[in-house]
Design a protein around this ligand. Structure first.
Ligand code: ZN
Length: 372
């Protein structure tokens, strides 16, 4: 994610801020200034937004550190104006582990709220406000927003933590994909409720309804795919008819290959080994800077992930989804034998679900959702 900046590491996990976060700060400053607030009030309000997002980071750290206990790494934590995202390398299918990881975030918010409450009761003078719990002060607002964050995230709907809690609880009794489907249905039912209330009362809820609806569908589809792909090897879904480049090829030759077929990412091989990849965007950038005579080696990306042909497909797909690159070079005994792209995996899934539909007379509606 190049649209976000690294602002440091906490417990070894990179914390990033998306640039749109600055808009939020700007919004607070401009809004306050137009209301005629004093610079001190504006500074306090900006500090409040930062404190709130500090709590969001701690919430995400809760997930990340709980995941670490089960050996799951967190790639990074990104702050967006709407909240935070902790990118876990994988979600454990063990229901108890998922339950602990999902609950860890909201629990952090409740702990923060409890600590503010305790501090307020024991040293009210520290807040320069004897009845600080009753007044709308900095810490009162922070306390109530932490309670809100904790409770809101526990709503039983994907992509909220509550959706994962519900799935984990259902998975104790039902099969994992079945539990996901049920949890997604509950989430979509809630999305409809949000939408109805949103239409009548608060348009903001419409946005949340959309967010929840899409999140539920995405989660269900992802799990269905994982189930559909169980036992499938990389070689089953790889592209075998593809073109490669050598580092000494010219960009003109690469452009010819691009125009000749539908392939957009070309592995760069040297002495039969994968040394990089030239994507369509790299090619265009190279052509506009260096022209057709420039070498592929000058504009290729130097990292092309490698995967063994006999490895299971799901972890390889997860690597592509996590943004490791546009494609992976498939090798067998060290030699390139194919190319793996998300597009090709999608086609593989569509072929499979079409075949499954044909063999069941096309009546199984779940087979269709693999392709959606
Ligand atoms: Zn969370």
């Amino acid at each position: 994610m190049s649209s976000s900046w690294n602002i440091g590491r906490i417990a070894g996990i990179p914390v990033r801020v998306h640039w749109t976060f600055l808009i939020l700060i700007g919004f607070v400053v401009v809004g306050n200034a137009m209301e005629g607030q004093t610079p001190l009030t504006i500074a306090v309000n900006v500090l409040f937004v930062l404190a709130l997002f500090g709590c969001v980071v701690l919430h995400e750290m809760g997930h990340a550190l709980a995941a670490r206990r089960f050996g799951v790494k967190t790639t990074d934590i990104t702050l967006l104006p709407i909240g935070g995202i902790a990118r876990l390398e994988r979600i454990p299918e063990n229901p108890v582990q998922e339950l602990v990881i999902a609950l860890a975030g909201p629990i952090v918010n409740f702990v923060i709220a409890g600590l503010i409450l305790l501090a307020g009761i024991s040293v009210p003078a520290a807040f320069h406000e004897p009845h600080f719990l009753l007044e709308g002060t900095f810490f009162t607002k922070l306390l109530s927003l932490n309670l809100f964050l904790g409770l809101f995230n526990l709503l039983p709907a994907f992509p909220m933590d509550g959706g994962r809690v519900l799935r984990a609880l259902l998975a104790l009794k039902y099969e994992y994909s079945e539990a996901t489907r049920m949890a997604a249905n509950v989430g979509q039912f809630m999305a409809i409720l949000f939408a109805v209330v949103g239409l009548l009362r608060n348009p903001m809820l419409l946005l949340i309804a959309l967010f929840v609806w899409v999140g539920a569908e995405a989660e269900a589809t992802m799990v269905q795919q994982r189930v559909a792909l169980k036992g499938v090897r990389v070689r089953d879904a790889m592209l075998t008819d593809y073109k490669t480049l050598s580092p000494d090829n010219s960009l003109g030759q690469a452009a010819e290959l691009l125009l000749a077929g539908s392939q957009v990412d070309f592995p760069v091989l040297s002495d039969g080994r994968a040394v990089g990849v030239l994507g369509r965007a790299d090619l265009f950038a190279g052509l506009s800077k260096g022209g057709t005579d420039a070498r592929v080696s000058e504009y290729q990306k130097s990292d092309l992930g490698v995967v063994e042909a006999d490895e299971p497909l799901v972890p390889a797909m997860t690597r592509l989804r996590a943004g490791e690159g546009p494609c992976l070079q498939v090798v067998e005994a060290g030699h390139p034998v194919g190319l793996l792209t998300l597009e090709n995996i999608g086609e593989f899934l569509m072929v499979r679900s079409a075949l499954a539909g044909a063999s069941r007379g096309g009546r199984d509606s779940r087979a269709k959702s693999y392709a959606s």
